[in-house]
Each structure stands twice: as C-alpha cells, then as structure tokens.
Design a protein around this ligand. Structure first.
Ligand code: SF4
Length: 455
C-alpha cells in the first residue's frame, strides 16, 4: 500500500508517499500531489506470481551476487549499524550541516555507537539480505544518517532520543525529513537574524536546540496550523520572507538539500547537487567514495577515470566523478534496484554494469551489453535535462546555496574552505562539455533528434 498521510492530505508541499513506516518517496512533494487528487492510498495485491525468463540461472546468480556483495567490507557494517556510520565520518572532518550550515560539526552524541542503544533490531526492505535499517525502541524505524543530520545537528539538537522522536514524527505525519529539517533550521536562522519575527510566526519563538518547539511545529506543518501553514509552503516562502531570506536557504532549484553533507569541503558533492535534475539531491550523484580517503588511488581511477584530483577540496576533474555517478545511478533507478548496493555509491564492490546486464538477462531474457546500459543512464539524464529546460530551468539554476560560496566553514579540517565561484563556473563548463551539452547546459539539437528517434 502506498499512502500520502496527513501531510499529503493537507497539501504540505514536501509531503511524502509512504510505503511503510519509514520507506518513502520522500522528495519533491509527491504526497502533496497525491493529496491534491483526493487520493489517500493505493493498495494492490498480486496473485499471479512473477515470470522469470531463466529461473535456475537467476537463482544461481542471486546466490553469487550475495557472496560478492558480502565480500565488500561495507556490507556487514551497513548490516550492523546502517547509514549512521556516515555521521561520524563526515563529522570528523567538519562536513556535517549544523544549525543551518552556520557550523559544520556537531556532537558525538549522534554517532552510530550511540544510535545502537536505541536499536531494537536491524530490519530490511523486501528480500534484501543487507538489512541496513533499524527498528528503534521509540516505536519507529530509523534513524538514518539523513535524520541524524537534518533533525539533529541542523536543528542544534544533541539529545539522540529527541532526534529519533522528531524523525519518527516526520515518518508518521508523512513529512519529508530532509525538507522539514532544512525549513525549520532556515526559519530559525531567519528569526535569529530578525528577517522574520514573532508576529509572522504567530508568537512562536524559534531557537536552535528547542526540541519541544520543533516537535510542535512539525505537527502544525502537517495540519497547516498557524506558522506551520506558512512553512508548509516550503521554499516558496522566499517571496513572503523577502529576497534576503534566500541567502540562508540550503536548497538548489527550490529543493532543500537532501543529505546532511556540508559540501564546502567536498567539491564533487557540490557539483553533484548543483547539477542534479531534481535539485539538491544526493541520490542522483552522491560520490561517497570521494570521502573514503583511504581508498587506494588506483581503485578511484578504475571507477571514475584518470586525471581526477585526490584532494576532496579541489574541483579538478570532479566533473568526471559526477558524470560517472549520475549515469550509473540513473541506470540502477531504471531497474528499481536499491542504490545502496550500486557500484560507487557506498563501495567499489557493488552492482556494476556487468552485474546489471546479467541480472536483466536472467529476469527478462533481454540482452544488453554494458555500453548499452551506460548509454541508457546517459539518456535518462539528457531527457530529464530537456524536461527541466522546457519548464524554464537554465544554467543559472545549476548553482549552490549562497552560503557554500561565500561563508567559509568555521570548524575542523574543513575550516576556511568554501566553494570558489570562478572554479565552480569552470567545473560546470567542463561538466556540460562532458555531457555533450552546449555552453549554457542545453541539450544540443542533434542529440534531441537522436533521442526522438528512439522508439
Ligand atoms: S534494499 Fe537497500 S535500503 Fe533496503 S535494506 Fe537493502 S541495502 Fe538497505
């Protein structure tokens, strides 16, 4: 069953479609769209099984794949602690969004070892043996790394039980955690800077670390009550709060950044969220291996290609990293497979084009060569680009929140780092060129004709 929840019913612009307590189509307000059509839920029950072209070979391949995936060091770690392991990794060098990115590092209280204390058991999505998800002891599922950052450090909360409670609330109300945490932190900084006031919030005082107020605000957003009704409009509030407010909004193309990475230290991440189709979306191009500093250089070369700077703070060659990641993640999306086990997302040992080709053949009998699969991912990106262009998105939308350019990170190894505008512009040009787009990031006419000719 897929349902939109109370936030979707009340047309909150960042409402999810949920298919479980935690699993969600969380971004871009699909729950709101569902609510706008007066659909609360869709339920389906299958009775006819699934036809597999080569069932014996498929079973053999799945067993092989299981062994192959388990050979990665990351799989057992994901299965025991889940994504919270990334919190500590990012926090160690100052790469965690904190207090609306005014800071870039936060408390160790949200480390995976602390999360463990609230884990009832590890669970998994249907048929997956990785079981990277948690059922928590506070009557919900999670938290993931995203929740630790967005309703934890980003709101200035270091009490883990409170963080878990806020993310459980988001899940139950049908609110996108990334957007909710980003908007509440944004509003808090706007109040600190006196860009909004208590008159605008209906008397509500917003302060970083104020768990009770944030809890109430989440409830009010989902019911569109008081200031919650205003915040439910999301980034459209730039018009209401005034143009200065945009400088503090951590969003791209109007979409709040989905992951808690502070990208001032991680330039491939920065280029990725700036160029991603949906906006600040780590699920399109997250090059996690960029921050696994100990990964041997030859392994990175093999994945992304040569001529890429080893320095995470350099943009040299990072267009290749984003290009590779965009394409393979788009392809894995076409298969409906989990990105966590996709080559390059969390480990170099995960499902690559060779595996995809074999699995597609076993399941459907269709023969795809590796280079044909690469081309499919590339095609997806081009078609999405055309869609965006048709709806008025241009080069000016491939950018970053002002803070990432103009405010250097204040803490840890990332201290002093920010994204240089000139370097960024050059990297953007190189990325467009690699994709075969024109200097303005528009898909060229010849390519459009080629795409139109595909049946
Ligand atoms: S399908 Fe993905 S998210 Fe779900 S348990 Fe497996 S690895 Fe984790």
């Amino acid at each position: 069953m897929a349902l939109c929840g109370v936030a979707g019913e009340n047309l909150v612009r960042f409402a999810c479609i949920r298919t479980g307590i935690k699993n969600a189509g969380g971004r871009t307000g699909m729950g709101c769209l569902m609510g706008s059509k007066n659909i609360k839920a869709v339920a389906a029950k299958g009775t006819r099984g699934i036809e597999i072209a080569h069932p014996d070979r498929m079973l053999k391949k799945v067993e092989e794949l299981k062994e192959y995936l388990m050979s990665s060091k990351i799989t057992p770690i994901l299965g025991s602690v889940g994504t919270p392991l990334l919190y500590e990794v990012s926090n160690a060098f100052g790469g965690i969004r904190t207090k609306n990115s005014q800071l870039n590092a936060w408390s160790d209280n949200l480390n995976a070892s602390e999360v463990e204390k609230y884990v009832e058991k590890m669970i998994s999505c249907s048929s997956c043996f990785t079981h990277c998800r948690h059922r928590n002891t506070l009557d919900g599922e999670g938290p993931e790394y995203t929740a630790l950052g967005l309703v934890g450090s980003n709101l200035g909360i270091d009490n883990l039980a409170h963080v878990i409670e806020l993310q459980n609330d988001c899940n139950e109300l049908g609110l996108d955690i990334s957007s909710s945490g980003t908007y509440m932190a944004w509003a808090t900084e706007l109040m600190e800077k006196k860009i909004i006031n208590k008159k605008m919030t209906g008397g509500m005082k917003l302060s970083f670390g104020d768990f009770e107020t944030y809890k109430k605000l989440l409830y009010n957003i989902s019911r569109r009550k008081g200031f919650g009704d205003i915040l439910a409009e999301g980034s459209r509030n730039v018009k209401r709060f005034g143009p200065k407010s945009k400088d503090y909004l951590i969003a791209v193309k109007g979409l709040p950044q989905s992951d808690p990475h502070d990208v001032r230290y991680m330039r491939a991440f920065a280029l990725g969220i700036a160029t991603s189709t949906r906006g600040a979306d780590h699920l399109r191009s997250r090059p996690t291996l960029e921050i696994f500093f100990k990964l041997p250089p030859e392994v990175k070369d093999r994945i992304y290609g040569k001529g890429i700077s080893r320095d995470p703070t350099s943009l040299d060659g990072k267009e290749k990293v984003v290009f590779f990641s965009d394409n393979i993640f788009a392809m894995i999306d076409c298969l409906g497979m989990c990105k966590f086990i996709c080559h390059g997302f969390n480990s170099p040992h995960y499902v690559d084009y060779k595996w995809m080709s074999e699995l597609i053949y076993c399941a459907s009998g269709w023969k795809y060569k590796e280079n044909e699969l690469r081309e499919i991912g590339k095609r997806v990106i081009d078609i999405e680009r055309l869609f965006n262009y048709k709806h008025g998105m241009t080069k000016k939308d491939d950018t970053l929140p002002k803070r990432y350019f103009d405010d250097p990170s204040p803490l840890k190894a990332a201290k002093g780092h920010h994204v240089d505008r000139k370097e960024f512009a050059k990297a953007l040009d190189r990325y467009y060129k690699l994709r075969g787009w024109d200097n303005n990031g528009v898909v060229k006419g010849a390519r459009v004709k080629q795409l139109e000719a595909i049946q």
